[in-house]
Design a protein around this ligand. Structure first.
Ligand code: ARG
Length: 273
């Protein structure tokens, strides 16, 4: 039996895809030859933003900048735990200036503990926060050295996890936190090295384990408030397993943003004040 589910109100930071495009390819989902429909991307993004607001959550909006087409993936710009902000340092030059845009936003919005990182980390792309741990991906983007930096800064145990499949280049493409008052996650085992899979099995024995199909439609790129789980609507096979655990799955269509290799979670940075 699962514990009773309860939503808690969240604060999110999002950035509209006003300048979204795919002009470079830094993950296998991106194909610069494929056109993107910006008005559609914006409409889909507004659908996600409005859904959060209708659930009672607060959505802060970061101003998009021209020339930074991936800025819509706001989860990558920082990680906030207990009001402490660890900025990002991007792995690819194309996204580098996004880090400063996020730092400026946090400084202008009264966050007192803002750290510009020494080591490469792409915010919540590779950091996931559960009740007991900060889970941290590595292999494609974040430097393993960023894990120690995060542990020291947040004072929470950081568990390093090795990602091995280039399609699942960020932790948040292969694992989602379902209940952060407990340690409840869902994940896709083949995205991880054998050792990391074993670590996940030990830490989260009751986890919802996703299939190839769930992962391939970005079903793990989900955001939970403890009750509602917002996830790509194509990930229909995850809906029943989520309901069996007492969650309320909410399908979201972000098909245009998938052309950049991101979906619900990538567009959503959680401000844990
Ligand atoms: N095009 C972006 C990149 O490859 C997508 C980032 C998606 N964000 C995420 N949190 N996984 O960096």
């Amino acid at each position: 039996m699962h514990p009773p589910r309860r939503a808690t109100l969240r604060r999110y930071l999002m950035c509209p895809p006003a300048h979204f495009e795919v002009t470079y390819a830094i993950n296998p989902w991106m194909n610069p030859a494929k056109p993107v429909d910006v008005p559609l991307a914006v409409a889909q993004w507004e659908g996600l933003r409005d859904r959060y607001r209708s659930l009672g959550h607060t959505v802060e909006v970061l101003t998009p900048r021209p020339g930074l087409p991936d800025m819509v993936f706001a989860a990558n710009g920082a990680t906030v735990v207990d009001g402490r902000v660890l900025g990002a340092r991007f792995a690819y030059r194309e996204r580098e200036p996004e880090a400063a845009a996020h730092l400026e936003w946090f400084r202008a919005h009264g966050f007192a503990h803002v750290r510009e990182p020494l080591h490469v980390n792409e915010g919540e792309g590779d950091f996931a926060v559960t009740a007991s741990y900060v889970l941290a991906g590595r292999g494609f983007r974040a430097s393993p050295l960023s894990h120690g930096e995060a542990q020291e800064f947040f004072g929470r145990p950081v568990i390093g996890l090795d990602l091995v499949d280039p399609r699942y280049y960020h932790l948040d493409t292969a694992l989602a936190v379902l209940d952060d008052t407990a340690d409840e996650v869902m994940y896709y085992p083949p995205a991880f090295s054998p050792g990391s899979r074993e670590v996940l099995r030990r830490l989260f024995p009751g986890a919802l384990v996703a299939t190839d199909e769930d992962a391939a439609v970005f079903g793990l790129n989900a955001v939970s408030d403890g009750l509602h789980v917002l996830l790509p609507q194509a990930a229909t096979d995850l809906f029943d397993p989520l309901r069996e655990r007492g969650f309320d799955p909410v399908g979201i269509d972000l098909s245009e943003l998938l052309k950049g290799g991101g979906s619900v979670k990538c567009c959503t940075q959680e401000l844990r004040i």
